[in-house]
Design a protein. Structure first.
Length: 334
């Protein structure tokens, strides 16, 4: 008779066994799941006749799956820091309009919105249509269960950042809309991301939960600072702090990928070793320090570039700028 291969889960939350149709046959453990969500997905893969190893790597978590959003956040963090510092320098050296064209900055904002939408759509399509993805199916009525909810988590996160891109374009093409709507939309997207990651680690092991808790912490703090930016406008310190946390979020996504899914067959981290948690606590602080250093170096470079360009093309204004700097320093001291 035909022997239907099915996946079964033992009482142990980490063991997945494969048995044949005959109940007397001894089960063989062929894969160790990371949590119950992995176990459920394993059964779905077996029923669908998909490639088990490849599907698990792509959908339930992979190095690439963490590197992609990490790269997005890091690229946007570098760009936002450059734009913020450039605006600050142009405002400080307000006697020149060489860099400070309002129309130029408006075009930059529109282009930024297009890039944000592109990144969001790329992430959404990747979560839906990779091998074994849900393919826009939220609930399987035949099997009576939800389909790839973790993928839908990520899809939702990307969607709200896509709304940020839409807000960027609309606010700088429709004069009736306030520009502060962009800050509110950014804060909203970050709060949604924080909420998603807060509910992202049910049933996982200690190390997995810990690295995602740190990720939730930095996302929530970023959302909070972004909301403060919405309330307190034109505060360069708040903006640079938010960008620093964006960089931290991007680099930590990469770190999570290295910890949970070491690339190129690297040594695996023991998910139950408390020393790993202790090290990652220090590592998180190092990531934060690196983000601060990058912001500081970028600030020094951009302000130096503005001064150099100004001396080159507007030498008559250099003396006036020095006087303005002295006046500002005197006011700050008072």
């Amino acid at each position: 008779s035909e022997r239907e291969v099915v996946a079964q889960i033992t009482r142990s939350p980490l063991a997945v066994v494969l048995t044949a149709g005959d109940t007397w046959q001894r089960p063989v453990v062929i894969w160790v799941a990371r949590d119950w969500n992995h176990c459920q997905f394993f059964g779905e893969v077996c029923r669908a006749g998909l490639d088990i190893e490849e599907s698990v790597k792509v959908n339930m978590g992979s190095f690439k799956g963490h590197a992609l959003p990490g790269t997005f956040f890091y690229v946007m963090g570098i760009w936002w820091s450059t734009k913020c510092i450039l605006k600050y320098a142009c405002k400080k050296y307000k006697r020149t309009s060489y860099f400070g064209s309002k129309a130029l900055f408006q075009r930059i904002e529109i282009l930024e919105g297009i890039v944000e939408i592109f990144m969001a759509v790329t992430g959404m399509l990747g979560e839906q249509f990779i091998s074994g993805g849900p393919h826009l199916t939220l609930y399987d009525y035949k099997e009576g269960q939800w389909v790839q909810l973790l993928g839908w988590h990520h899809f939702t996160m990307y969607f709200f950042f896509g709304l940020l891109g839409v807000a960027n374009i609309l606010c700088f093409t429709i004069s009736a809309l306030p520009s502060s709507l962009v800050k509110l939309t950014l804060s909203n997207a970050l709060f949604v991301e924080a909420f998603i990651f807060y509910n992202h680690t049910h049933g996982r092991e200690m190390l997995d939960i810990f690295v995602h808790q740190l990720l939730f912490l930095v996302i929530f703090l970023t959302a909070l600072v972004a909301f403060m930016e919405f309330l307190i406008r034109n505060n360069v310190i708040l903006e640079l702090l938010r960008i620093t946390l964006i960089l931290l979020q991007g680099s930590w996504f990469w770190q999570v990928g290295f910890v949970l899914y070491p690339p190129s067959g690297g040594p695996a981290w023991d998910p139950t070793d408390h020393d790993n948690v202790m090290f990652l606590t220090i590592c998180f602080c190092w990531h934060y320090a690196l983000s601060l250093i990058i912001i500081g170096v970028n600030f020094a470079f951009v302000t130096w570039l503005v001064k150099t360009r100004l001396k080159r093309f507007c030498p008559s204004e250099v003396g006036l700028l020095k006087n303005v700097e002295r006046e500002q320093e005197s006011e700050e001291e008072m």
